[in-house]
Design a protein around this ligand. Structure first.
Ligand code: PGA
Length: 259
């Protein structure tokens, strides 16, 4: 079995304010430090853009990595409201999400745009978490495999094997996000296995075995362990439960122990 270091991200989405964000990162940093969690697990937080600088200043020495929830692929110019890669690098951001389901299904991003973002960010040296996942309708229609493998393939278009050390995949079934309905460990593992198989087809076996695949969708302290012990699940992308330091730390602990 390849030794993939577990990776847990806390996606704060459009939550927190400056004061509560500061409190949250301080508590996560302190807890992770006390438990020595950064020694065995990669941990990142994804605060709202406007708080990145403040959160980055507080997470500085904790080993918690600073992440952005999105990015725009153009270097600069007339793109009102967008945030460039250089702006993120300027603030110490090391990792970005691309194609989160809320970007795809609420804001309307398609595979081509997700791919442009992922490719530009990876080329600039950022790490990227490429998110994929099927809706309930797609699952019920028997399209789970096709949807996920297509999103994977299109999202990675033009990203060479030499960049794959910077890429993490997050499998996040849309119907499990924020709903309290987690995929069973077996259902999640089945999709993770297919995604890894597809990575081997696109790249090669050793690249596929080294890429981390996170699970996301209603991960909580009480279900994290059963998910993370699956052979192809290498940590999680956490929404709701990442807003409580205690819950987020319990999930990171589960990943560190399972990994
Ligand atoms: P959730 O969100 O943990 O609140 O379901 C996960 C995500 O969207 O990354």
């Amino acid at each position: 079995m390849p030794d993939r270091r577990p990776f847990v991200g806390g996606n704060w989405k459009m939550n927190t304010d400056l004061a509560s964000g500061r409190e949250l990162i301080s508590a996560i940093g302190a807890g992770a430090g006390a438990d020595g969690l950064v020694a065995t697990c990669d941990i990142a937080v994804f605060p709202p853009f406007v708080y990145l600088q403040a959160i980055g200043e507080l997470s500085g020495n904790s080993g918690i990595r600073l992440g952005a929830q999105d990015v725009y692929h153009e270097p600069n110019g007339a793109f009102t409201g967008e945030i460039s890669i250089d702006m993120l690098l300027d603030l110490g951001v090391g990792v970005v999400l691309a194609g989160h389901s809320e970007r795809r299904h609420v804001i309307g991003e398609d595979d081509a745009l997700v791919n442009r973002k992922a490719r530009a960010a990876a080329e600039a040296g950022l790490e990227v978490i490429l998110c994929v996942g099927e809706t309930m309708e797609q699952r019920e229609a028997g399209d789970t495999q096709d949807v996920n493998l297509n999103q994977l393939k299109r999202g990675l278009d033009g990203i060479g094997a030499e960049r794959m050390a910077q890429i993490t995949i997050a499998y996040e079934p849309v119907w499990a996000i924020g709903t309290g309905h987690t995929a069973t460990p077996e259902d999640a593992e089945a999709v993770h296995g297919l995604l890894r198989q597809k990575l081997a087809e696109i790249y090669d076996e050793s690249t596929a075995n080294s890429v981390r695949i996170q699970y996301g969708g209603s991960v909580k302290p009480n279900n994290a362990r059963d998910l993370f012990v699956q052979p192809n699940i290498d940590g999680g992308l956490i929404g709701g439960a990442s807003l409580k330091a205690e819950d987020f730390l319990a999930i990171v602990r589960a990943a560190a122990e399972a990994g």
